[in-house]
Design a protein around this ligand. Structure first.
Ligand SMILES: *Cc1c(COP(=O)(O)O)cnc(C)c1O
Length: 399
């Protein structure tokens, strides 16, 4: 059976060039980068090259990149580290209702510790209002954390404008750019952000490695205590092979950025036009402007999203409802809810994300299968308009 992976926002396969560069660091270049002999220097060289490559992808200096265990740790560190270091100034954080759980749950934890958190609304396109942001700022605000691009609907926030507002008020600004990395041109200097979270496994690198960009001159409290690694800011022997892989993936992402964006947005647009022409009653969640190039989040009206996922799985097609982290639990997406989508439409929503290994043939296969699956599920559905009419006619009563 054909296998079609359309969940690149959940994770991506490691590219061959990335794996090849990683392999020697398990078996030959296994030294500890902190050791003061040749084997250690060899490992340290790998670490330094990776740092340069990651820095280049976002327009940062090498010294501003701190490797972590992933996007989740980077989010935790940015928020906890920033507010702890600014305790004397205040205890108020501004974020949004549509953040990744790595950010939302960290804020909820801080609320229990006595911090005040404002969760900004978003419009029906999943975008915040800059006016609301300005109004939410108080004397006690120490941190604004707003994601660059959303993992469910792909909405892209006005990051540069937010950074300018934060700077004017002397407030730190962090952005979770895990989804934006490699999909949107990013230059931290041009944007003016103070901190930025990124992750390797969303850009064809290995899992379990990411980084926090911290603007030069900014000092935040450490999250992990121990040795002197990462300029004494993030302790623990480095995940060297992982970091080397992240570095290679970053280099590829930088070199291929334009063609990657062009290819996946064309595929996404083709996918949408095929679905629109072959399946009735399908809506797009969010706007097609200000959106990640590979993201498509659709409402298949009168169908349960979870059922659609299971039927697609039987045909070798992988997509998701909500985010990877919430798809195992049975609650509707907090992102779609914040965008004001009615609950039944939220339950009928499915996220497809295309990537570098997706082909036009994959899309044709998926659309052909979707036509059959949606038709079948709608024939079961008590909410299907036609079905309701047919049943009503059969029993000779009014629908
Ligand atoms: C995947 C993701 C994370 C978490 O990154 P990990 O490396 O998996 O810990 C954080 N934020 C966003 C927006 C993500 O998509």
């Amino acid at each position: 059976m054909r296998e079609v992976y359309l969940d690149y926002s959940a994770t991506t396969p490691v590219k061959k060039e990335v794996l090849e560069e990683m392999l020697p660091y398990f078996t030959e270049k296994y030294g500890n980068p902190s050791s003061l002999y040749a084997k250690g220097f060899e490992a340290k060289e790998g670490l330094m090259l990776a740092r340069t490559r990651v820095a280049e992808l976002i327009g940062a200096q090498d010294r501003e990149i701190y490797f972590t265990s992933g996007g989740t740790e980077a989010d935790n560190w940015a928020v906890v580290g920033a507010v702890k270091s600014r305790k004397a100034k205040g205890n108020h954080i501004i974020t949004t209702k549509i953040e990744h759980h790595a950010l939302l749950h960290t804020c909820e934890y801080l609320e229990k510790e006595g911090y005040d958190v404002t969760y900004l609304d978003v419009d029906k396109y999943g975008i915040i209002s800059l006016e609301q942001l300005k109004e939410a700022i108080t004397d006690k605000t120490v941190l604004i954390s707003i994601m660059f691009a959303n993992n469910e609907v792909g909405s892209i926030q006005p990051v540069k404008e937010i950074a300018a507002i934060a700077k004017e008020k002397g407030i730190l600004f962090h952005t979770d750019a895990v989804q934006a990395l490699g999909n949107v041109p990013i230059d931290v200097k041009d944007l003016g952000v103070d901190m930025m979270s990124i992750s390797s496994h969303k850009i064809y690198g290995p899992k379990g490695v990411g980084a926090l960009y911290i603007r030069k001159g900014l000092v935040i409290t450490n999250l992990i205590q121990g040795g002197a690694q990462e300029y004494k800011k993030r302790a623990g022997t480095e995940n060297l092979a992982g970091i080397v892989g992240f570095g290679k993936a970053s280099e590829l992402a930088r070199l291929n950025l334009d063609s990657h964006i062009k290819n996946i947005s064309e595929l996404r647009d083709y996918f949408l036009s095929e679905i629109k022409s072959k399946i009735p009653d399908v809506d797009v969640n969010g706007s097609l402007e200000h959106r990640l190039p590979g993201n498509l989040n659709l409402v298949f009206n009168y169908v349960e999203g979870e059922a659609l996922i299971l039927y697609m799985d039987l045909q070798g097609i992988y997509a998701s409802t909500g985010s990877a982290c919430s798809s195992a639990s049975f609650s509707a997406s907090h992102v779609l809810a914040a965008m004001g989508l009615p609950i039944e439409q939220a339950y009928s929503s499915v996220r497809f994300t295309v990537g570098d290994f997706t082909t036009k043939e994959d899309i044709d296969y998926v659309v052909a299968e979707l036509v059959k699956i949606v038709d079948k599920l709608r024939s079961f559905s008590p909410f299907d308009k036609d079905h309701v009419m047919e049943t009503a006619q059969k029993c000779n009563c009014q629908a």
